[in-house]
Design a protein around this ligand. Structure first.
Ligand code: NAD
Length: 433
């Protein structure tokens, strides 16, 4: 099959490289010339484990090419995937669909022969209808079907998620279009990943419902963690105790500083906007969003409290800035609000992140960026672990103790053992324990 990805970001590039790896002939298009130039030279513009080798192998085999020329990419494609960004629209939180619609218009001008237009971007219910309308209007004779195929991969584990997904959701009612989609995904079906077919609108909503449910699990356990702190429980034990119930499941029950990233914050917000427009309020999701919003600054205050309530002129070392490990994505990371809260209270902040510094510099300023955890810790009045990168899991706590001015360890990911830390002489503050 000839597959074209419009947008070569986290989703477009990973999907394109994986489709090529399954033997399809893939063209990745992006309007960002710098990105395409880099990709042509084998340089990957994002940090995603395993992606560089996958791109290199498939480019060398001639199955994966990169271009800024959308027209050339679309003309002989069997399927054109739209994988452009759908950020929150400034001002009202609706999904900003301008990139999707712009891509649809450009695609319309270049379609040649029956083509399936696949919406892989996360888009509100009804966007597929609008994409079909745009294409029909711009190119009345074009033969096409618009299909929804939301993506569920996680940054940091994107390749494995794409190749061995829990399920593949395909929404559409055009028989020819659905047949092309089955053919494209056949290699994954062989991997025992079920294909769930449904209407286009159901597929669009499935993506939002899925993300909203996962965000709900996170906000739920975070509030239980707050209660644990008041009543003297340990949220780790509670999470394990409930997670072993098959009806609940153990995943997404790690209490922490709140969810961030390029998906949950914007998708929960967009779902609320859709629900308001259609007069079907989602009160649970409203609470989830509000709990999470409050939590990020609360984590900054937690660090301040651990430092006896006064941080003016003091220095805090933060380890980890990205919203989770194994990505360089800083979008809506809790670290942004935590740094802000500390700075508002007069603290100096030293930071270290294994991969996120370049992106972090765009959103976090007036901090000292360090090149190792120990450089950040040296001379600080307190240490806080914000993101649980592997390299922070086994710090030499004895050495750290000699480098800190005060023995304060605020572990926002619960990766250290309280008894061990306290045994070494730390004032240990975790989450919900
Ligand atoms: P991204 O910002 O990393 O990439 C989008 C790319 O599209 C950019 O490189 C941009 O230059 C390009 N682009 C925009 N308009 C274009 C056009 N007209 N022609 C060619 N290229 C164009 O975004 P992303 O993280 O890959 O997300 C894409 C979509 O997938 C979003 O809707 C997102 O919600 C969804 N999604 C993301 C993830 C994730 O983990 N990042 C997971 C599942 C779903």
């Amino acid at each position: 099959m000839r597959v074209t990805m419009i947008g070569s970001g986290y989703v477009g590039l990973v999907s394109g490289a994986c489709f090529a790896d399954f033997g399809h002939d893939v063209t990745c298009v992006d309007k960002d010339q710098t990105k395409i130039d880099a990709l042509k030279q084998g340089k990957i513009p994002i940090y995603e484990p395993g992606l560089e080798a996958l791109v290199e192998n498939n480019a060398r085999a001639g199955r994966l090419t990169f271009t800024t020329d959308l027209k050339a990419g679309v003309a002989d494609a069997d399927a054109v995937f739209i994988a452009v960004g759908t950020p929150s629209r400034r001002g009202d939180g609706h999904a900003d669909l301008s990139y999707v619609y712009a891509a649809a218009e450009e695609i319309a001008k270049s379609i040649d022969g029956f083509t399936v237009i696949v919406n892989k971007s996360t888009v509100p219910v009804g966007t597929g209808d609008e994409v079909a309308r745009i294409i029909k209007e711009a190119s009345p004779d074009a033969e096409f079907a618009v299909v929804s195929n939301p993506e569920f991969l996680r940054e940091g584990a994107a390749i494995d998620d794409f190749k061995r997904p829990d399920r593949i959701v395909i929404g559409g009612d055009d028989a020819r279009g659905m047949e092309v989609m089955r053919e494209i995904y056949r290699p994954l079906y062989l991997n025992k990943s079920p294909i769930v077919e449904m209407s286009r609108r159901s597929a669009e909503l499935t993506k939002y419902a899925g993300n909203a449910f996962l965000a709900t699990k996170i906000s739920f356990i975070n509030e239980i963690a707050d209660l644990c702190e008041k009543v003297g429980g340990d949220v780790q034990d509670v999470a394990r105790g409930i997670g072993l119930d098959n009806r609940i499941g153990p995943k997404f029950l790690n209490a922490g500083p709140g969810y961030g990233g390029s998906c949950f914050p914007k998708d929960t917000l967009a779902l609320l906007k859709t629900s308001q427009d259609y007069g079907a309020p989602q009160r649970i999701v409203e609470a989830v969003v509000s709990v999470n919003d409050n939590r990020k600054r609360a984590m900054g205050r937690k660090i301040i409290q651990a430092m006896d309530g006064d941080v003016r002129g003091k220095t805090v070392a933060l380890l980890g800035l990205t919203f989770k490990p194994n990505t360089d994505d800083m979008r809506d990371s809790p670290a942004i609000a935590i740094v802000q809260t500390l700075q508002d209270a007069g603290a100096n902040v030293k930071v270290y992140d294994p991969q996120g510094e370049e992106q972090a510099r765009l959103v976090i300023q007036n901090v000292e960026y360090c090149t190792s955890p120990y450089q950040a810790i040296e001379g600080a009045d307190a240490l806080s672990i914000v993101t649980e990168w592997d390299e922070f899991r086994a710090l030499d706590l004895r050495r750290v103790l000699t480098m800190l001015k005060e023995p304060v360890l605020v572990d926002l990911r619960n990766i250290y053992d309280r008894a061990q830390a306290e045994g070494l002489g730390y004032k240990y503050v975790g989450i919900g324990r």
